[in-house]
Design a protein around this ligand. Structure first.
Ligand code: BT5
Length: 320
């Protein structure tokens, strides 16, 4: 009901639609319409009017509400089950909980703010309220655990494409999970998975994008390395459009991945990366070393060439 009423009011935003038109077009009683208006007002929509003039939508909230996001989705599976929260500890933690209790493939979780947003290795992820996209996707991929690193690279390509489409901004991917704009981090990706008997039960792809985040929202330490799309572009970007575009690009890339065409995704990743050719410091569990990032292996690992000419595959680890 909410979506139908909003879409009718949006046909003539800022103009009153008379009661009889609303009733006829929506096939609802006036009581049902008034009640839906009340619920939309509680969600943050500014709707003026009443039973004499009818209703007029004068302002939509800048929130990732289902009523804002679902009408924009062009996907078949991803995001069709959408869980939206004003506040959550971590969307990845909630996604894992929901996945364990049977949530369907493609379930999307998004929150306005995270109180315990996480990066890799237990690091914190700053998630100021309503300034970015803090989301997780539950996937049940037909991928063996050894191939899961491909998911992070695929997600990075999807986000970079979506930022290009919605914000018209070129970005660079830093292996394996960062997206940079103007040399600073605008997005981080955290892929986690549950594996049993050598098989992937589910994977959770967590994505954090600083969309309209202000420098003042970051701690002094973060200001040096983090930025947002708004800061780089000098204008705000619609979070709902970017969320829908990200999910859309991811769906088509995942279809490509599952159709055994990671090679094409890897090629695009290589075109978009800023990591190849760079001198990198690798902090691996087995000890750190320095080398030059020279290639991405067919399975998504980074190939680092050391001074002595030896090449090392870095599947998981830290590139500084
Ligand atoms: C990441 O980790 O970059 C993965 C971040 C994933 C965040 C999403 S948000 C939705 C979902 N739910 C979660 O709880 N997490 C995911 P890593 O490569 O370890 O980078 C973490 C480091 O990035 C921190 O140590 C900071 O230095 C920096 N950082 C923290 N918050 C940031 C922000 N908002 N923007 C840019 N950099 C940030």
């Amino acid at each position: 009901m909410k979506v139908a009423l909003l879409s009718l009011l949006s046909e003539q935003e800022k103009e009153f639609i008379p009661p009889w038109v609303l009733r006829e077009r929506l096939h609802l009683t006036w009581e049902e319409i008034s009640e839906t208006v009340l619920r939309l007002r509680l969600d943050g929509y500014t709707i003026e009017g009443g039973h004499e003039k009818g209703y007029c939508l004068s302002r939509r909230p800048d929130l990732l509400l289902p009523t804002e996001v679902l009408p924009l989705l062009r996907t078949e599976t991803l995001g069709r089950n959408y869980v939206y929260l004003p506040t959550v500890g971590s969307t990845n933690d909630l996604a894992k909980q929901l996945a364990r209790t049977g949530a369907v493939n493609g379930t999307l979780i998004a929150a306005e703010a995270q109180t315990g947003g996480r990066g890799r290795l237990g690091r914190a992820w700053a998630s100021p309220r309503s300034s970015g996209i803090w989301m997780s996707l539950i996937l049940r991929p037909e991928l063996p655990p050894t191939e899961l690193p491909k998911l992070t690279l695929t997600a990075a390509v999807g986000v970079a494409r979506a930022i290009g489409i919605v914000a018209d901004l070129p970005t660079g991917i830093k292996w394996p999970n960062d997206i940079l704009a103007d040399g600073k981090k605008v997005c981080g990706i955290l892929t986690e998975a549950a594996v049993s008997d050598g098989k992937t039960d589910f994977a959770v792809v967590g994505i954090g994008i600083n969309v309209n985040t202000e420098q003042a929202d970051f701690t002094a330490e973060l200001r040096e390395k983090a930025t947002s799309l708004k800061e780089v572009l000098g204008r705000p970007v619609s979070r709902s459009l970017l969320l829908a575009a990200t999910v859309g690009e991811l769906e088509s890339l995942l279809n490509q991945l599952y159709a055994d065409n990671f090679a094409a995704i890897r090629a695009e990743w290589c075109r978009r990366t800023v990591s190849l050719g760079q001198v990198v410091q690798v902090a691996a569990p087995t000890g750190g070393f320095t080398g030059r990032a020279v290639a991405i292996a067919p399975d998504g690992a980074l190939i680092v060439s050391r001074e002595d000419g030896s090449e090392i595959r870095v599947a998981a680890g830290e590139v500084l």
